[in-house]
Write a protein that binds this ligand. Structure first.
Ligand code: SF4
Length: 311
């Protein structure tokens, strides 16, 4: 871990002490505040964090992200205590569909397989055949029998991206990310005018017409890999701006420009250093998934963890 300008030594030592006391590991999503990323034992996208949660030896996982991520960790690590430092850190996209609505879709399309984006509740995962992240959604769908119809929930934009890449017939639920859809064509045109030689990296949660303006459509984990292996030195970043901290840290020789300063997820930013400390001190807020739901959701998650994305 590197010291951070907003993290003084006594604070870092305090967190290290608490982590030891609790036998805890801190996981942080790439959209977290810079100081939370710097404090984390592991930063990553949903797939990377899911894998890390499933293999850690720690007794306590402090999940710096949003609720569905902590639920995923709790499902994959039933013997561990999973803490979400702010209990109100949710995901509006995940809340756009519930289990009853998935059951209704299944009744309307009885032959279809259900693929749910990991950005969904445990109850929705329990109703699904497969889970996926933005890193492996294309591979998960490609692995399904070609003659089966597919229901994809809840993100219509990631779903459309998968349809475009695979040519598969899919029923898309009309959910969306309230942060990524704020990125507009105008934002991208303006950024390109300001930085004409920069490569536009965009997340597939962005909306459809705008995606045509991207040079690369990538999950956050894939963005980090792409930049690491690229000769280019200037990038326009069209996703939640938290990723720019990780990109700059890993690639000090390159320049990164947020496509818009608006691309900030208020839920991801709810986790602060104070809340992280309170979480370790008071063991709060414990995220639990009822065993019946967890075992059904686990099936879909296990299949997701098995399908690694093409690099
Ligand atoms: S960035 Fe979008 S999908 Fe991710 S947690 Fe925020 S609202 Fe949900």
């Amino acid at each position: 871990m590197r010291p951070h300008e907003r993290l003084d030594k006594p604070l870092i030592e305090k967190i290290e002490r608490l982590k030891k006391q609790r036998h805890a590991v801190i996981l942080a999503h790439n959209y977290q505040r810079a100081e939370i990323q710097d404090l984390a034992d592991f930063c990553g996208d949903s797939l990377g964090l899911s894998i890390e949660a499933s293999k850690t030896d720690a007794e306590v996982i402090v999940f710096c992200g949003v609720r569905f991520m902590a639920e995923t960790a709790a499902i994959l690590s039933p013997d561990k205590t999973v803490l979400l430092p702010d209990k109100a850190a949710g995901c509006p996209m995940a809340d756009m569909i519930d289990a009853e609505q998935v059951r209704k879709l299944k009744a309307e399309h009885p032959e279809a397989l259900v693929v749910c984006y990991v950005n969904s509740s445990a109850e929705v995962k329990a109703e699904s055949d497969y889970c996926c992240t933005s890193s492996n959604a294309v591979e998960v769908v490609r692995s399904l029998p070609p003659d089966r119809e597919i229901i994809f929930v809840p993100d219509q934009h990631l779903g459309q991206f998968v349809v475009d890449r695979t040519g598969r017939k899919m029923v898309l639920w009309p959910g969306y990310c309230t942060t990524h859809i704020t990125i507009t064509d105008d934002d991208i045109h303006r950024a390109k005018q300001q930085h004409p030689d920069a490569i536009v990296l965009m997340h597939p949660e962005c909306s459809e017409p705008s995606k045509k303006l991207a040079d690369q459509l990538l999950s956050t984990g894939q963005m980090l890999n792409f930049v690491r292996n690229s000769e280019a030195r200037r990038f326009i970043v069209a996703t939640e701006n938290g990723i720019i901290h990780a990109l700059r840290k890993q690639n000090p020789q390159a320049e990164f420009f947020p496509v818009t300063e608006r691309a900030v997820c208020p839920n991801m930013k709810r986790i602060t250093v104070d809340k992280l400390i309170a979480s370790l001190e008071d063991m709060r807020y414990v995220v639990k998934v009822p065993p019946g739901i967890a075992s059904r959701a686990r099936r879909a998650l296990d299949r997701m963890v098995e399908v690694l994305p093409a690099e």
